[in-house]
Ligand binder design. Structure first.
Ligand code: KG4
Ligand code: ZN
Length: 341
């Protein structure tokens, strides 16, 4: 039994968790700074870093207490080391280095997106590679071929904005508070698919990899539609526009994902990341997987957004593969999913 204390501070959640053998959550504590960033309409990196500094000790102490453990009972220390807001990441990385040094425990750096994928190992005992995963968050939109717990191929990516980012930007233009993805999703449920047709949105056209995504044109079209209506003093039926926008983004995500699964003959499917909480995306993925007779794994809502349990899950497999770090470990704002720390 390997009990890993995992730390996640890549954005605006200060999180710590204890995970056993990559599969069982002994504890998971998430301190969200959301309310503090909301008044600025987005995450303020400087504030995020400072709040991580203030909260990290308490959050780790709480995670250990919830697991009924002392600091010395942790077999290893894991931390998200990339990608993310650099100042925010460095708080977690340095705290984890201090712990590993003082407690004489191995230090395991984890890539944030590998962590998102691994949320499925916590929720679904049968989920094991190989599978094809749609990783959709505020910063990334990737289709990832997961060959093993530590081998990945990016099959497709966004050429511009991430799915979560466009959900948030359009939601903001609609007057919804940050981050508006979940609120837009809720509002869209009140719109009707029929009247959403009043708001036609463009289908992106690109050269190169046909499985890649592009969302910025869609975002601009929705924002322009709102601005133009405002200028003309016309009413926009927000629920219908939300339904039209959600429909278009999720059609693209699911469409490219199933196309990739067909091309690669993927034996199983998964989704991960904050946008995997989207009601319509979940529905489209479930229907598509059922039609094709393929198993589909999606984490429960609590494990879609940022948390440290997913980092602890992936850390177990990184550790098993010998991927530990020494005291020279640094954070990185950007890093490919296959890069080594
Ligand atoms: O994975 P995550 O918590 O953080 C990053 O690593 O970026 O993802 C956050 C993103 C935000 O953009 C948020 O608006 C979006 O996930 N999100 C949603 C929903 N819930 C969260 N987007 C669409 N529909 C939702 N229900
Ligand atoms: Zn994330």
């Amino acid at each position: 039994m390997l009990k890993i204390l995992a730390i996640e501070t890549s954005c605006d959640e200060t999180a710590a968790a204890v995970v056993e053998d990559g599969r069982r959550i002994c504890s998971s504590v998430v301190f969200s700074q959301l309310a503090e960033h909301q008044k600025y309409g987005g995450v303020v990196p400087e504030i995020a870093s400072r709040r991580h500094v203030e909260e990290i000790t308490g959050v780790c102490t709480a995670a250990l207490a919830e697991a009924g453990m002392s600091w010395h009972d942790a077999d290893a220390i894991a931390v998200t080391a990339a990608p993310g807001l650099i100042g925010a990441l460095l708080v977690g990385v340095n705290f984890a280095k201090g712990l590993a040094l003082a407690l004489h425990k191995p230090l395991i750096p984890v890539h944030h997106l590998r962590g998102h994928l691994a949320a499925n190992y916590l929720a679904h005992p049968n989920c094991r590679p190989p599978f094809l995963c749609l990783v959709v968050s505020g910063g990334h939109s990737h289709i990832v071929d997961v060959q093993s717990y530590t081998d990945f191929t990016i099959v497709a990516r966004t050429r511009d904005d991430a799915a979560g980012e466009v959900f948030d930007k359009v939601a903001r233009a609609m007057g919804l508070p940050y981050p508006g993805g979940a609120a837009l999703d809720k509002l869209a449920a009140k719109g009707s698919a029929e009247s959403a047709k009043r708001y036609p949105l463009p289908t992106p056209k690109m050269d190169g990899n046909p499985l890649d995504f592009s969302f910025s044109g869609l975002k601009t079209a929705a924002v322009n539609l709102l601005h133009n209506a405002r200028q003309k003093g016309e009413e926009v039926e927000m629920a219908d526009l939300a339904a039209a926008f959600r429909g278009k983004v999720t059609d693209l995500l699911a469409g490219h994902f199933f196309e990739a699964a067909k091309t690669l003959h993927s034996p199983a499917l998964a989704a991960a990341g904050g946008v995997a909480a989207n009601t319509r995306l979940r529905q489209l993925l479930e229907e598509g997987a059922q039609t094709r007779g393929l198993p589909l794994y999606i984490p429960p809502l609590a494990l879609c957004g940022d948390n440290a349990a997913m980092i602890g899950a992936q850390a177990f497999y990184e550790y098993t593969a010998g991927h530990t770090a020494d005291m020279t470990l640094n954070g990185a704002a950007t890093m490919g999913i296959n890069c080594k720390f």
